[in-house]
Write a protein that binds this ligand. Structure first.
Ligand SMILES: [Zn+2]
Length: 100
């Protein structure tokens, strides 16, 4: 209980000190500052999205087995699940309506 009060008063003191500083800071920024802040947020978002796309590309490409519909490696010669042999190049990643 005492610790809760100490923590609460610390947060209250922090808010009393920090909030006016943040408020004045954003007031002092002006239109150029707002533009810079907005552009920065957009740039960070684009970079994060691009990194997420890169991570997705690193996962090995998979396709649906035409025989059993299991997810198998694109360059696998046979299906790991039913043993279906892919003739020639593995089939492209065709959309499977039964897949979730
Ligand atoms: Zn199969």
């Amino acid at each position: 209980m005492r610790q809760d009060l100490v923590l609460l008063s610390m947060f209250a003191g922090l808010a009393v000190v920090v909030l006016p500083v943040v408020f004045v800071f954003f007031l002092a920024l002006g239109p150029a500052g707002w533009l810079f802040t907005g552009v920065s947020i957009v740039v960070v978002g684009v970079v994060v999205a691009a990194k997420a796309d890169d991570d997705a590309d690193e996962t090995p490409a998979k396709t649906n087995c035409p025989e059993c519909g299991s997810r198998v490696q694109v360059n696998a010669p046979t299906c790991d699940y039913c043993g279906h042999a892919f003739d020639g190049p593995a089939p492209d990643d065709t959309p499977d309506p039964s897949a979730p």
